[in-house]
Design a binder for this molecule. Structure first.
Ligand code: SF4
Ligand code: SF4
Length: 315
């Protein structure tokens, strides 16, 4: 039983702003995993495949292909944020406060809700339903996003509770957060996946809105920290942007469990349209698998002691 002081601390942890929970993932750490996606990210990578995770608060997406122009959403909105004009259904997202009355009113389910808030207890209860799968597959829970380290108090409390139940914990992060926020979370982790977008600071800023100094500093601090945690560097491999020899070689470090290449894809494109957001890489083409495999072989040849993974295979 928690004592009075720890109970007080638990009840003051804020609720988390989350996007969704995906179960039985095999791509986000060891074994079968439940992945808890957080809302909110301080970066804006040009190739982001989950634009619905970028905003820190819940937001609506409108599938105009399902809309029958009945006007129920506009009539329901208490803030007048939805307009149905002759030629278009539009949302004033600066006015919208995320009440989702429009989504409830829509007879065609054309309005999606991206985001929900939940307590630590609620998420622990939900993911614990898969305890048996974690046990038999050496799996566990992965926090992803969005950026889980941008909600440090909630993420730390959630991870702490999961570990207390013997559940293996992992995080996917850019580490683009103040060190204090990352440091609050690291002690509750068994493994860390750090997304490294580009090793050149100017190129990093060009494609993500900020340079990479804070990220590289935080990786060094984890390397030097007393808490032993496995770091895997993940590189979202974007053709013509970060797939050159020099950039890949620069990602190699001494203390690494592995490097993983994630080939470019465009699976988030439809969601950009639902959110009325522009996709920045319209001219970038998806490459054949051999492109990624060749880049993995090259990386492996540079430093054979560091395992290189791509498409679930070891190179
Ligand atoms: S979520 Fe609420 S405020 Fe926003 S458009 Fe819908 S009804 Fe209006
Ligand atoms: S309520 Fe749904 S179907 Fe009706 S206008 Fe709004 S989005 Fe379209």
């Amino acid at each position: 039983m928690p004592d009075a002081a720890s109970h007080e601390k638990m009840t003051t942890v804020p609720r988390g702003e989350l996007l969704r929970i995906e179960k039985s993932s095999i791509h986000d750490g060891e074994g079968l995993r439940s992945v808890v996606f957080f809302k909110g990210c301080p970066m804006r990578c040009a190739w982001c495949s989950t634009p619905e995770s970028q905003c820190f608060v819940p937001e609506i997406g409108i599938d105009r292909s399902k809309c029958v122009r009945c006007g129920a959403c506009a009539a329901t909105c208490p803030l007048g944020a939805i307009r149905l004009d002759d030629d278009a259904l539009s949302v004033d997202r600066a006015t919208c406060d995320g009440c989702f009355k429009c989504a409830a009113a829509c007879p065609k389910r054309a309005i999606k809700k991206y985001g929900f808030s939940a307590s630590v207890d609620e998420i622990v209860e939900e993911v614990s339903k898969d305890d048996v799968f974690f046990f038999h597959s050496d799996g566990g829970v992965t926090l992803s996003g969005g950026e889980p380290c941008a909600q440090p108090e909630y993420a730390a409390a959630l991870l702490s509770r999961l570990r207390a139940q013997g559940i293996h914990t992992t995080i996917e992060t850019s580490l683009f957060v103040p060190w204090e926020d990352a440091a609050a979370i690291i002690p509750h982790l068994d493994a860390v996946f750090v997304d490294v977008k580009h090793m050149n600071p100017e190129q990093h800023e060009k494609w993500t809105v900020a340079d990479n100094a804070l990220i590289l500093e935080n990786i060094q601090k984890i390397d030097a920290s007393a808490h032993p945690v496995d770091i895997t560097i993940r590189v979202p491999l974007i053709p013509g942007i970060n797939d050159d020899d020099a950039n890949l070689q620069d990602t190699l470090r001494d203390k690494l469990k592995a490097i993983e290449l994630l080939p470019y894809h465009r699976l988030g494109l439809a969601t950009y349209r639902l959110l009325d957001k522009e996709y920045a890489l319209n001219d970038t083409q998806i490459q054949p698998w051999e492109w990624c495999a060749e880049r993995a072989r090259f990386l492996s040849s540079c430093k054979p002691s560091v395992p290189v993974i791509a498409g679930g295979s070891l190179f």
